[in-house]
Design a protein around this ligand. Structure first.
Ligand SMILES: COc1nc(N)nc2c1ncn2[C@H]1C[C@H](O)[C@@H](COP(=O)(O)OP(=O)(O)OP(=O)(O)O)O1
Length: 158
């Protein structure tokens, strides 16, 4: 039987730039991604997303907009990752490297997709156009997408 893990993923965008973090350890190490992680017991998804952003890159989000919801499944693992994706331009603080992430601003015209999870190049276009989406990806290992779907939806905003 499959079980679910709830995770968050936050992208900070400002003036045509997007803040990505180079994951230094753990799941997805060696890839650029947004900031996020597991939602802890007793916190809401939104609280978890803000906490992870602060812990991983030093920025405090004052508000977050829902962007997408993706369920990821890995062929050899019964756990489904339910990832709630947000974006924000409403933040304060100074960008700082953490134990887990090395942050860097990228122009939205030159996102390093070849060094990111392979699903990203399929759903980033929705986010960059401020469209909301839902999706599903089935992976074989970390590199091969065996099956997926994506669709535009209206998610409630926070
Ligand atoms: C499989 O495809 C994925 N694509 C993208 N873009 N992001 C993904 C994918 N799968 C997971 N993620 C995101 C979701 C989270 O933001 C992180 C994983 O979080 P992590 O396992 O590092 O969670 P933490 O709570 O920070 O972990 P620790 O126990 O190491 O603190 O990747």
């Amino acid at each position: 039987m499959s079980k679910k893990k709830i995770l968050t993923l936050v992208f900070v965008r400002e003036a045509g730039k997007i803040l990505l973090g180079f994951k230094k350890r753990g799941f997805g190490a060696g890839l650029w991604n947004g900031f996020g992680g597991k939602v802890e017991e007793g916190e809401t998804i939104l609280q978890g997303a803000k906490r992870e952003l602060l812990e991983e890159c030093g920025l405090k989000a004052h508000s977050l907009k829902s962007v997408g919801l993706i369920n990821f499944e890995f062929e050899s693992d019964p756990t489904i990752l339910e990832v709630h994706i947000f974006q924000t331009s409403d933040f304060s603080g100074l960008v700082a490297e953490s134990e887990e992430m090395r942050p860097r601003w990228y122009s939205e015209e030159s996102i390093p997709f070849s060094q990111m999870w392979p699903d990203d190049r399929l759903w980033f276009p929705y986010m960059l156009k401020d469209r909301q989406f839902e999706g599903y990806f089935l992976f074989k290992g970390m590199d091969i997408i065996l099956n997926h779907w994506l669709k535009e939806v209206n998610l409630l905003n926070s």
